[in-house]
Design a binder for this molecule. Structure first.
Ligand code: NAD
Length: 423
């Protein structure tokens, strides 16, 4: 096993998010006032809050919740626990949520939140106390009609359960629709756990169809072995693709003949988000994984992984962005120049928020669907979104990211205009 610890993204994700918006706003000739509205987050909330640690000491943590835009409905977005969390990262992620919800045609605006903490260093009790205190701190801007959090890096269904319970205790009654990504036993949706990875599968199938590539036997490298990466890898291998490389925060594994049964790999004991210690294949670094000669590259970890310094060496002709913001604008230009087909994050990983939307709808109606229905509806919505983006791509001859942004930004502008500027 390599001991490489991958580095935090060097570039500022908020600068990158603004650059992506500006490029498309210029192309769409959006009015400067409207562009200014879109370039700002509507609401930014910072909390510094104490947590009692197991040894009796008190530590102060910093957390954020940012609402980028709510023109199309209540805001929606995940909560991230990571040492890399910063206000600019949360701002960028909240803006990307606005575009993602719009691309998928969901009645939501964009939000994101996070706490600066490495959850792996906390005991379960400390994690629960941190989550409950953070939930209480930001509860004044959360709610089923205003802002509905979900899991992201470093958080999971258990964290969402504590969050939902805290919100419910503060309001005196159970409010399952206050968060999504909860366990099914308390109002979570069937299929939500796998939804982002399943969406990645559907999008990869559509991308292969659009490019005339067979998924059967196609070689795939996946960076990140958490919720999204591990499930995408398993579903893609079940669909016939040959997963040849996987990685996590400590490094990666590679076997050009395929890593075998991904479901079996997932079943082996492992720490959260990490590939099992007895790994197949040979060790490679996270950087080397991105440059492998594969048919499909799937970044599913952090933002800023494909950048100006390595984009020219990326060999995969197709990139499916399962992570949020894995490709910087500079890398985008390099990839576009050499004809790499990049399916952007706001389409590729929309499966999570699509099924979160289903979960919210089911909670509000107290009427729950079977997993097959969830998966069918997910497939229909994400393939429709891909098709609408692909149509713009075919017409405009830009990149898939520009096409997705044109669709998303157009929808948010339309909603803002029809609502008008208050008062
Ligand atoms: P996770 O915490 O479950 O897993 C993250 C994985 O990335 C782990 O395998 C971890 O070891 C690895 N990792 C962490 N730091 C790394 C680094 N510096 N280099 C390489 N690998 C690293 O997180 P997740 O929920 O799978 O989220 C992964 C990405 O997908 C994030 O960009 C997230 O915003 C995005 N996303 C998640 C969801 C969701 O439903 N969970 C939905 C949409 C988008």
């Amino acid at each position: 096993m390599t001991t490489e610890v991958a580095h935090a993204p060097a570039e500022n994700p908020w600068d990158n998010a603004i650059e992506q918006l500006d490029a498309v706003a210029g192309k769409m000739r959006i009015d400067p006032g409207m562009r200014d509205v879109l370039r700002h987050c509507k609401r930014e909330f910072t909390v510094n809050f104490p947590v009692k640690m197991d040894d009796g000491s008190t530590r102060v943590f910093t957390g954020y919740r940012v609402h980028h835009n709510e023109a199309r409905g209540p805001v929606k977005g995940g909560l991230r626990y990571s040492l890399n969390v910063s206000i600019d990262e949360v701002r960028a992620l909240s803006m990307w949520m606005t575009w993602k919800c719009a691309v998928a045609g969901l009645p939501f605006g964009g939000a994101k939140g996070g706490v600066i903490v490495d959850p792996a260093t906390l005991s379960v009790h400390e994690l629960e106390r941190l989550t409950r205190r953070f939930a209480a701190e930001i509860s004044i801007i959360i709610g089923p009609d205003e802002d509905v959090p979900a899991p992201d890096m470093g958080t999971d269904a258990q964290v969402m359960a504590w969050f939902m319970d805290t919100y419910s205790m503060l309001h005196g009654h159970s409010t399952p629709a206050s968060v999504t990504g909860k366990p099914v036993s308390i109002g979570g949706s069937s299929g939500r756990f796998e939804a982002t990875g399943r969406g990645v599968l559907f999008v990869t199938q559509e991308a292969c169809r659009a490019r005339g590539v067979s998924l059967d036997g196609a070689t795939v490298a996946v960076q990140g072995f958490g919720n999204v990466g591990s499930i995408a890898a398993r579903l893609l291998s079940e669909a016939g693709a040959k997963v040849v490389a996987l990685s996590d925060a400590t490094g990666g594994i590679y076997d050009p003949d395929g890593l075998g049964d991904i479901a079996a790999l997932l079943a082996r004991p492992r720490e959260r988000g990490l590939i099992p210690r007895e790994r197949p294949g040979r060790s490679i670094t996270n950087g080397a994984l991105l440059e492998l000669p594969v048919d499909i590259l799937i970044p599913a970890a952090l933002e800023g992984q494909i950048h100006g310094g390595n984009a020219a060496r990326v060999q995969a002709p197709m990139i499916i962005e399962a992570a949020n913001g894995p490709t910087t604008p500079e890398a985008d230009r390099i990839l576009a120049a050499k004809g790499t087909y990049v399916v952007p994050d706001i389409v590729a990983n929309a499966g999570g928020v699509i099924v979160s939307y289903f979960e919210w709808v089911q909670d509000l109606q107290s009427f729950f669907w079977e997993e097959q229905e969830v998966n069918l509806r997910l497939e229909r919505i994400i393939k429709r979104a891909f098709g609408e983006v692909a149509e713009i791509y075919d017409r405009e001859h830009g990149t898939m990211r520009e096409a997705a942004y044109m669709l998303a930004v157009g929808r948010v502008v339309e909603a803002t205009e029809v609502r008008g500027i208050f008062p």
